[in-house]
Design a protein around this ligand. Structure first.
Ligand code: CTP
Length: 400
């Protein structure tokens, strides 16, 4: 089979050097990558680097190899165009259909999915001109990844950083897999909770669970690749921030509730993939609990934690908001799942069987998605991102 053809557009920002890693990830995972830098990108990383890493000639202008009509062919033959970094200038040109170099010509001739990963100073990103250009590109079906927050060029810190190249690669992989289907969550805000809460006993000990956060992160990554604005409320997950996702770190169930309710206020969908502790210790010892010679330990008294899923299901922050829960069961999986769906009042419940080696921490999952409308969608054993795609398919159907 032919390798998928990817055009990597690079525009002139300091983050251009990070595109080398994205290029490596794409080529090493079996993609045929043609790099199309702008003239200003070559001030940051030279043509020799792009050419050596991609194995293809590199030009910025439409005047090289004119007999091959590159300004039309490169775009026409692409399965995916990704521009990383995309500067404010490049976004403006793309939004207005300008075509004064090879990359902008390629963007006009491409009929495949297009991903922009912007990187610039916060002021430039927030400027209404840039925001309107981004909105235009999204409306036309492009995926524009929200920049990350962090250190920018020089001493500045703020929104505008290029997300981790490994995470831009994850977006590219998912967009390529979807093919020419439109990013159907564009314009939607979705909230995903992930990980497992930790309920502290003292400054060094807690009651916790085995959730790795992988399923919730897969849901967040997939939603971002489908164009959504994503808030990921992450409880103790040691995983990299997905590109384009606003990550809110939390520790306990009470903190998770607060963060989820805040983000849910304007959300179209809320997916509760986090493993929330049902109980927390009634007493928190401000100093480390010491063992006392010859004495049994004090019993741990527990209090009920709020049921966040039941609460957001009962009091929807906006009409038509879709609420999804997860149920981890060890016995009578389907019967327990059906009862839980009714008890929690959510629209969809993803039921999976867990055990010592099943689901927790693994890359795969097997589940049945139960709908409040009586529907049952079996999800065969497979990667967590495949389950994530099915969950978003079911959510978008309900949002329509
Ligand atoms: N959940 C929640 N708040 C809690 C406990 C759970 O929002 N305090 C959510 C989880 O995020 C998940 C769903 O509820 O989406 C199911 O959680 P689970 O622990 O499996 O169900 P429980 O209601 O705790 O039922 P049981 O312990 O009886 O199995």
């Amino acid at each position: 089979m032919d390798k998928p053809k990817v055009v990597l557009g690079v525009s002139g920002g300091i983050a251009a050097y990070k595109a080398c890693e994205l290029l490596r990830r794409l080529t090493e995972s079996g993609h045929d990558v043609r790099v199309v830098p702008t003239a200003s990108a070559l001030h940051f990383v030279g043509a020799a680097t792009w050419s050596a890493l991609s194995g293809h000639p590199v030009s910025t202008e439409v005047w090289d190899d004119v007999h091959e009509v590159p300004h039309v062919r490169i775009g026409q033959h692409a399965d995916l165009v990704v521009v990383a970094p995309a500067t404010a200038d490049l976004l403006a040109k793309a939004a207005h259909g300008l075509a004064d170099d090879l990359l902008t010509n390629t963007l006009l001739t491409a009929r495949c999915p297009v991903v922009f990963a912007p990187a610039m100073h916060t002021e430039m990103w927030e400027h209404p001109a840039t925001q309107e250009n981004v909105a235009t590109l999204r409306r036309r079906g492009a995926v524009v990844v929200e920049p990350a927050v962090g250190r920018l060029t020089g001493v500045d810190t703020g929104k505008g950083r290029l997300p981790d190249p490994a995470e831009i690669f994850e977006i590219c992989r998912r967009v390529l897999a979807r093919g020419v289907r439109e990013p159907d969550l564009t314009g939607r805000h979705v909230v995903v909770s992930a990980g497992g809460t930790r309920e502290p006993l003292d400054p060094v000990r807690f009651l916790g669970n085995r959730s790795s956060g992988k399923q919730g992160y897969a849901l967040a990554r997939t939603a971002a690749a489908r164009g959504a604005r994503v808030t990921l409320v992450a409880a103790n997950a040691a995983l990299p921030d997905p590109a384009g996702v606003d990550v809110v770190p939390v520790g306990t169930a009470v903190q998770l509730r607060e963060a989820v309710l805040k983000a849910a206020a304007d959300a179209d969908a809320v997916v509760m993939a986090a493993a929330v502790a049902d109980f927390r210790p009634a007493n928190y010892a401000t100093g480390k609990i010491k063992k006392k010679d010859g004495q049994d330990p004090d019993p741990v008294v527990l209090l009920r934690n709020p049921d966040i899923l039941a609460e957001i299901s009962a009091e929807r922050a906006r009409p038509g908001q879709v609420v999804v829960g997860f149920a981890a069961e060890t016995d009578d999986v389907l019967a327990n799942g059906r009862a839980k769906l009714r008890r929690k009042g959510c629209d969809l419940l993803v039921v999976n069987e867990v055990g010592e080696r099943k689901t927790f921490g693994s890359e795969e999952n097997e589940a049945v998605v139960l709908g409040a409308d009586g529907s049952e969608t079996p999800v065969p054993y497979g990667p967590k991102e495949a389950l994530a795609e099915i969950v978003w398919d079911l959510v978008t159907r309900r949002l329509e």
